[in-house]
Design a protein around this ligand. Structure first.
Ligand SMILES: Nc1ncnc2c1ncn2[C@@H]1O[C@H](COP(=O)(O)OP(=O)(O)OP(=O)(O)O)[C@@H](O)[C@H]1O
Length: 750
């Protein structure tokens, strides 16, 4: 049985803490390392590891390698030892001397290099030395762009701060216990949060204030500072005291002085430990890229997964809709490995559950960029597969950074459509050693046929496919980098068919884009011929021909390799790269009716029961004979009349279509309104939730955390998916066309 701590013990403990704090203060005061003369010039500072000199004095330049050599409190040291941290990583060694002295930091280091501990330690130490207690309120805010990352940071804080007595709370969107949070948030010392939820408390929680804030941390700072969070961040900053320490960390750090000015940094230290490094990504990461037509991406993904049933694979797609569709469809096809999906539209509890499961079990996780930053996944991701091209180089770096963490290795593969190969140049410019490999179809297992069958069987899946199709095109359309992303260069019909869709859905924005131009010109598929014909020309330097790849990769990834193609030598083996001619012009596209297969087409039979092609009746010899008898003038006159009639029919069609859309809009509005009403109802009923249902942090870190919601994170996804549009108005079917034509012909005849 644990004996209760006596008053004497508590006093002794307190006294030894006070002594320790005084000692730490004096160490740090006497050992402030030089700061750069002009920190905003953004040049890296001198290397300045700190440590204790043999005479017991403390020096910033004595080359400390271990946490134990730093002027840290015993509680922090015990926490670090408990989590098995002893040696510092580069970014920790370089930044801690400055951050422990209270300086503002702009920290940049490769993914998986230990940036989290580089800001958690100074937070704990600062509050400890300030003797922060429950009555002091919020002393530190750690902000993250996503909920999952906030959850992970909270875990790291709990392990390092296990022996401290601070209270901490995880404030993220997605749960509905805001009211309970509001009651307790003022008691918390450290907030780990997403911007939206924090702002919600600032706006709604009575007496919530951060006027005593000591440290503000932005993890993934460049993401939080970008436009997606601009409004929230500005509103938050305006409510924080100017006198504070600010720590910004990211693998792709912002260097925008404007951004930094928004945060009122004071002489920040720019610490970029890997700036001189040959590569911008971890050296243990093997990166590959392949060019593959859009309509073969799913075949390639399916084949890849079937060939890696014993790996943990993280697959990135561009939008929630894409993730949902690929996940649902592949799940039904049972690849032989557990599948999971993660996106911003999922309920928060499920999101957290999936994240935890993926950390534990070998499986495939289909995800949007919600999983692209910061997440550690137990250092156990074997492969990162980027099915859809990342929007920029920073995004690429963060995605591939989910593997090869800390000291472990990892592999990644990037699928690029022929029109996206410019991305390879951009990656190369930013020191990313990516190898170009050619795909072959020797082991490619086409999946489009299976998808088409699934879509017939499951109408819901068909809707998902349509949405996935449209959101993908829209996301490409909205990308800022037009050198890489050009929607008009995509083979949209083939892409639609590859998802198993019987018809190409109408894409209004695309139609507008090509208005006034011939569709055949606009929809020209122009794969970068330099890549297909001569990849090495484009991929010089570190990309180079990129071959031969190391043995291990060759053995396991046979189907991805050009080598395989060469020694196969069978006629039936098609090289995906070669399958595309240098410049392929698609035949004229009609957006209205693009039938890939005759699903839902009315079959017409002749007198003997043989099937006839659509409009075959028009070829009836009797009708032909009659029509030939009409003289030329009559025919012309009749044509003019027909044109008029068609115009009328067209007008009616348009009016109907207009009406249908109007009704749809009204329906959507009503649905939204109903949703809002229900939400209001739910909010009211939340008051009745008992406290035992809540997870609330009070007291020491390590106890359960209060969990908040925000609706802010994953802004990108929302932007992408919000814009999705459904199928356009109903197209005229072949049967209807046929009927119309017959009607007109018979009236002509009469
Ligand atoms: N000093 C250390 N000793 C041992 N392991 C460490 C140390 N510091 C960090 N790690 C481990 O390294 C891994 C990556 O750390 P962390 O998540 O902080 O990386 P990061 O630089 O923030 O990555 P990202 O840029 O992706 O956010 C974690 O699993 C962490 O436990």
């Amino acid at each position: 049985m644990r004996r209760p701590k006596t008053k004497k013990f508590k006093i002794q403990n307190r006294l030894s803490e006070v002594k320790e704090i005084e000692l730490l203060e004096s160490w740090i005061a006497s050992a402030k390392p030089d700061s750069g003369s002009n920190p905003l010039s953004l040049t890296p500072p001198k290397k300045s590891p700190i440590g204790i000199l043999p005479d017991g004095s403390y020096s910033p330049y004595s080359g400390a390698e271990k946490f134990s050599q730093l002027p840290l409190s015993k509680k922090t040291k015990d926490g670090l030892a408990g989590a098995s941290y002893s040696k510092m990583t580069d970014i920790q060694r370089a930044s801690l001397p400055h951050s422990l002295c209270g300086r503002d930091i702009l920290g940049a280091a490769k993914t998986g290099s230990g940036k989290t501990m580089a800001f958690v330690i100074p937070v704990l130490e600062k509050l400890y030395r300030a003797r922060w207690g429950p009555e002091d309120g919020v002393g530190c805010i750690i902000m993250s762009p996503t909920r999952e990352l906030a959850g992970q940071l909270f875990e790291v804080l709990k392990s390092a701060g296990k022996y401290h007595g601070f209270s901490a709370g995880l404030l993220i969107g997605g749960r509905k216990d805001v009211d309970t949070e509001k009651e307790r948030v003022n008691e918390l010392n450290i907030l780990v949060c997403t911007p939206g939820r924090l702002l919600q408390h600032m706006d709604e929680t009575p007496n919530f204030e951060c006027s005593q804030l000591q440290v503000l941390v932005l993890d993934e700072a460049d993401r939080i500072l970008d436009v997606g969070f601009k409004k929230e961040l500005n509103a938050i900053i305006s409510q924080l005291p100017k006198h504070r320490q600010t720590l910004l960390f990211s693998a792709t750090q912002t260097k925008s002085v404007q951004d930094l000015a928004r945060l009122s940094l004071k002489d920040p230290e720019y610490i970029s430990v890997h700036e001189e490094s040959e590569t911008a990504t971890p050296s243990r990461l093997q990166q590959t890229a392949m060019v593959i037509p859009l309509d073969q991406k799913l075949d390639m993904l399916w084949s890849f997964l079937k060939a890696h049933l014993n790996s943990r694979v993280l697959v990135f797609l561009s939008s929630c809709k894409q993730v949902k569709f690929v996940y649902e469809a592949f799940k039904k096809l049972r690849p032989g490995i557990p599948l999971k999906c993660l996106h911003g539209r999922m309920k928060q509890d499920r999101r957290m559950g999936i994240y935890a499961q993926f950390c534990e079990k070998r499986s495939v996780l289909f995800s949007t960029d919600v999983a692209s930053r910061g997440l550690d996944f137990n250092k156990a991701v074997d492969w990162v597969v980027q099915v859809d091209c990342p929007e920029d180089v920073a995004s690429y770096i963060h995605r591939v950074g989910r593997t090869a963490r800390y000291l472990s290795g990892g592999r990644s593969i990037l699928f690029l459509t022929p029109s996206e190969t410019k991305m390879l140049d951009k990656l190369q410019e930013k020191k990313i050693p990516i190898r170009y490999i050619k795909a072959n179809t020797k082991r490619l297992q086409p999946v489009s046929g299976l998808l088409a069958a699934l879509l017939v069987k499951y109408p819901n899946l068909q809707q998902l496919a349509q949405r996935a199709f449209i959101t993908y095109l829209r996301s490409i359309h909205k990308q800022r980098d037009k050198e890489v992303f050009e929607v008009t260069k995509l083979p949209i019909d083939e892409f639609s068919a590859s998802l198993g869709l019987p018809m190409t859905p109408k894409v209004r924005f695309l139609k507008q884009k090509v208005k006034g131009k011939k569709m055949s010109e606009e929809l020209t598929l122009v794969p970068d011929s330099t890549v297909d014909e001569n990849p090495s020309e484009l991929l010089q330097g570190s990309l180079g021909t990129g071959r031969p790849m190391d043995e291990e990769l060759q053995l396991e990834e046979g189907f991805l390799l050009e080598k395989d193609i060469q020694h196969v030598g069978e006629e039936s083996t098609i090289n995906i790269g070669d399958a595309l001619p240098a410049t392929r012009v698609l035949k004229k596209k009609k957006l209205k009716i693009n039938v890939h297969r005759p699903v839902g087409t009315r079959v017409v039979f002749d007198d003997e029961g043989n099937t006839l092609p659509p409009l075959a009746k028009l070829a009836d010899p009797k009708m032909k004979a009659n029509s030939v008898m009409l003289d030329k003038d009559k025919v012309n006159q009749r044509y003019a009349e027909l044109r008029e009639e068609m115009k009328v029919v067209d007008k009616v069609d348009k009016a109907l279509d207009h009406q249908r859309r109007k009704e749809k809009r009204i329906k959507q509005k009503m649905k939204l309104k109903r949703g809002r009403d229900e939400e209001d109802g739910e909010r009211m009923s939340e008051d009745d939730i008992s406290e035992t249902d809540m997870e609330v942090t009070t007291g020491r870190i390590g106890k359960k955390a209060k969990v908040y919601f925000d609706s802010d994170s994953d802004g990108d996804e929302r932007r992408k998916d919000e814009d999705s549009i459904g199928m356009g108005s109903r197209d005229v079917t072949l049967a209807e066309q046929e009927e119309l034509a017959l009607k007109l012909l018979s009236s002509m005849h009469s």
